[in-house]
Design a protein around this ligand. Structure first.
Ligand code: ZN
Ligand code: ZN
Length: 492
């Protein structure tokens, strides 16, 4: 084929390059355009909004604040008109030049802006991501244009669930999802073949987690793919450690065994590996796990899927809040409280069944009475449990411990929340431990991945330290930095 006939492949990242998350990467041939992830860029968003008190009014407001890209020739018909037209139906959506969006995993910074999409655009996601979406759908109120997840349903013609082994044809592109290890189950990397060029997108990836064999398999497949370009997770180029999940387990167990008072842990509810670690150490230290409801409900949705490291729910108790405010909470607790309430739809019915998977409900009073018998598992930055504890047993939770098992705050807002949590911990007299292992690969694992995959060019994404990545990785491969909103042609 002569050079003049070669198809061009262009790539435009709209966010998620020099920031942690908010990944939205357009890949286009002359015929077909797709997005790799359609995440919410949290740091841009937080400059203007404050969840749940001040939420975006419209898509045009988000565009005006440069949180999402405006529609230009490359992005014709990208957004839904659902909130602007009367008697809305999918036929009211404009024609669009975007064929499909591929979601790597169910973290908001990769998936959070899917609700803004034109419903004519196909959305592809893995099965676990789909199920986590259902939990998210139920728990998030429709408080803004960003929370309307109606089309994330297998009943919707343009929502597609993929599995490992699928090769998805979209126009002249072929996309192959490959599972990888990350701090949420069901995370995928993508191999994109345009016929002329081959691109690898790692999504969020690590090589040190309990499912590191998935990443090993991905590296093999990606290497056989002989990519022209690799879009690589570069989150941890400022600060790294070598902690593994096994390290986390050992250290947590030491703390749990020493602890004579209340044991509070803080972890991401969708980080199943970590949830399992907390259950294991609690068991070994002779403590019963009590989860907050939001965590319990999310984890229960993944029941029966054969997810590795899935904890035994029948041994876990759920913390009953002093008041059940939301409908889903009442349904979740129905069999434990005996309250009269009927489910209105399938999602709510599911919630009722999920509650029954747990051993039972426990009130904070019981924990306050016998603090050494329990291990409390709470959602990150959650203060309700700490406040309830302080209310019940005053300021004398002697000998108690708080284990933060999440990443250190990397944004101002997280910093503020973290400060608040620390103040509560101090007031309760709890000893504070930070025990964590990251969901992202550290620099030498990234270097090893790149050395084995041997892409012609590698570009960092999902990072606030792209220039460090560039200087460090240059020894291993040719690095090219991408810029937000700037077109990059592959093979040129
Ligand atoms: Zn991410
Ligand atoms: Zn992630």
């Amino acid at each position: 084929m002569s050079h003049g006939n070669m198809k061009t492949t262009k790539l435009i990242p709209y966010s998620g390059v020099d920031e942690i998350g908010g990944v939205k990467i357009l890949v286009s041939t002359d015929e077909t355009s797709i997005f790799l992830d359609f995440g919410k860029p949290m740091s841009r968003w937080k400059k203007y909004y404050d969840f749940p008190y001040l939420m975006p009014k419209s898509i045009s407001q988000l565009i005006a604040f440069n949180i999402i890209p405006g529609e230009d020739d490359n992005l014709r018909g990208l957004y839904t008109v659902k909130h602007d037209v009367e008697d809305y139906g999918i036929e009211k959506e404009p024609e669009t030049c975007i064929e499909a969006v591929f979601i790597s995993h169910m973290h908001l910074d990769h998936f959070g802006h899917v609700p803004l999409l034109n419903r004519k655009i196909k959305v592809y996601a893995g099965r676990v991501t789909y199920l986590l979406c259902q939990a998210y759908k139920l728990h998030s109120q429709k408080i803004s244009v960003e929370n309307d997840l109606d089309h994330l349903d297998t009943k919707h013609e343009n929502f597609k669930v993929f599995r490992y082994g699928d090769k998805i044809k979209v126009g002249d592109l072929e996309v192959t999802p490959i599972p990888v290890d990350h701090s949420i189950p069901g995370a995928y990397a993508f191999l994109i073949d345009t016929g002329e060029h081959r691109i690898v997108y790692t999504g969020d990836i690590r090589w040190h987690g309990p499912a590191n064999f998935l990443t090993t398999n991905f590296v093999k497949k990606a290497s056989e793919f002989e990519p022209d370009l690799m879009l690589c997770d570069a989150t941890r180029f400022d600060k790294a450690d070598l902690n593994t999940e096994e390290d986390v387990r050992r250290r947590m167990l030491t703390v749990a065994r020493e602890c004579r008072g209340v044991l509070v842990t803080s972890l991401s509810p969708v980080d199943i590996d970590r949830v399992n670690t907390v259950c294991k150490i609690a068991d070994e230290a002779g403590r019963t796990v009590v989860m907050d409801m939001s965590m319990a409900s999310k984890i229960a949705r993944l029941h029966g899927l054969g997810i590795r490291n899935y904890p035994n729910l029948s041994r876990i108790f759920v913390l009953k809040p002093s008041k059940l405010y939301r409908r889903w909470q009442k349904l979740f607790m129905k069999h434990l409280t005996g309250e009269e309430i009927t489910a209105r739809n399938g999602l709510e019915e599911a919630e009722e069944k999920l509650g029954k998977l747990f051993a039972g409900a426990i009130e904070i009073d019981e924990i306050a009475e016998k603090p050494h018998e329990f291990a409390l598992a709470t959602t990150p930055y959650s203060l309700k449990e700490l406040s309830e504890l302080s209310h019940r047993i005053g300021y004398s939770t002697s000998g108690g411990v708080y284990i933060a098992s999440i990443s250190e705050p990397f944004e101002e807002e997280m910093e503020i929340k973290f400060e608040r949590v620390k103040n509560w911990i101090e007031s309760l007299g709890l000893a504070y431990y930070h025990i964590h292992s990251s969901g992202h690969a550290h620099p030498f694992d990234i270097a090893k991945m790149i050395s084995e995959i041997k892409p012609k060019t590698v570009s960092p994404v999902h990072s606030m330290h792209s220039t460090v990545f560039q200087k460090f990785i240059n020894r291993y491969a040719n690095v090219k930095l991408l810029k937000c909103g700037v077109e990059h042609c592959i093979g040129k």
